[in-house]
Design a protein around this ligand. Sequence first.
Ligand SMILES: NC(=O)c1ccc[n+]([C@@H]2O[C@H](COP(=O)([O-])OP(=O)(O)OC[C@H]3O[C@@H](n4cnc5c(N)ncnc54)[C@H](OP(=O)(O)O)[C@@H]3O)[C@@H](O)[C@H]2O)c1
Length: 258
Amino acid sequence: MDIRLDGKVALVTGGSRGIGQAIAATYAACGAQVVISSRKIDGLQRAAEEIRAEVPDAQIVPFAAHAGDPQAAHDCVQFAVETFGTLDILVNNAATNPHFGNVIDVDPPRFDKTVEVNLRGPLIWTQEAWRQAMNPESTHPGGCVINLSSVSGLQFNDPLGVYGTTKAALIHQTKHLAGELAPAVRVNAIAPGLVKTEFARMLWEGAEPDAKYPWALERLGEPQDIANAALFLASDLASWITGEVLVVDGGAMIKGGI
Ligand SMILES: NC(=O)c1ccc[n+]([C@@H]2O[C@H](COP(=O)([O-])OP(=O)(O)OC[C@H]3O[C@@H](n4cnc5c(N)ncnc54)[C@H](OP(=O)(O)O)[C@@H]3O)[C@@H](O)[C@H]2O)c1
């Protein structure tokens, strides 16, 4: 079965590298028109060039926007709608983790920054997508939202407790929005385990290239592992799935670790 997204418009936050770039490239390869956003336009342009090199007919445009900034969210969603006519798929992928350490030690600015980007951000972007494109009164109603959570939102993960707190809350927010926006819009979350990106570099750097990890499938995740899940959830194959969390972790949690 060939999964296609022809005629769909997608917006991926944090699309300039890592998991977000892999999702954007996968959506483009499956026929979607894609807007990628992140803070830095240079990184976005490089990602767009890399995706076009992989997918020569890719329709992909960058837009610089801070995921925690309501005005930027409004402007970026407006840009997607003006550029491609609507917005069908929103992937809230951008996240931050300014505090490595115990939850008990976090200071208010770092706590607030983590909430601003990882929890309030996905809400604001979903509000904009709903109001500007996906609501039932829109000219192109309906769509889906995919929130990047984490296995850190499902279990204790020292020293990522503050980050994990926002990712746990994002799962609850996903379920609420799924109930509120149904049946027009499906809202789901993906909870990745350890994936080989810049974000998690300090957790995997230094390991042997062929190291066996202590979880069921024994290897580190690749961005494409998460992009495959994001493709499934965005596609019609997932048309009866909403309010769910898809764990993609190589079987780390069933072995009791990440
Ligand atoms: N890698 C893992 O092991 C792992 C595990 C579980 C969950 N996740 C989740 O997966 C998602 C993607 O992570 P990743 O590993 O792909 O990270 P990454 O490689 O570091 O990429 C992060 C992306 O987000 C952008 N970004 C960062 N802060 C931003 C902000 N305030 N506003 C807008 N864009 C921002 C970055 O671009 P700019 O610098 O240009 O802004 C970049 O495009 C995150 O939600 C993360 O929590 C990752």
